[in-house]
Design a binder for this molecule. Sequence first.
Ligand SMILES: [Zn+2]
Ligand SMILES: [Zn+2]
Length: 119
Amino acid sequence: MTDDDLDQLIRDLKLGQPRAVRGPGARAACGTASGYRRHRANGESPCAACHQANTETQREHYHQGVKAPERLKQIAHGTLKGYKQHRYRKEQACTMCLEAARADSAARARTRRAKGNTQ
Ligand SMILES: [Zn+2]
Ligand SMILES: [Zn+2]
């Protein structure tokens, strides 16, 4: 392989790949917390894959700061926060919290549609 061939190969490979995750003009892949931040930074509603990834990342971070269970705060039932608290405790969310979570995701879907985001 000649040097020219090698250069061409490198160019081809770069063309087939997304741009770097960091730096100006960076485009993070969807389905990652970075992708979520990219959407937010661009003023977009994060797509479902990114939203999911970000939720999971936050949950992981949250877990890292876990104190003893008895020091957990009271669950804020009937709110999205309450729903997350249930999930965090690995228990079935109560009806009020499920309702709140459903309302939240419905509101998010409406926002997505309102912005004309087809994702
Ligand atoms: Zn995305
Ligand atoms: Zn609840």
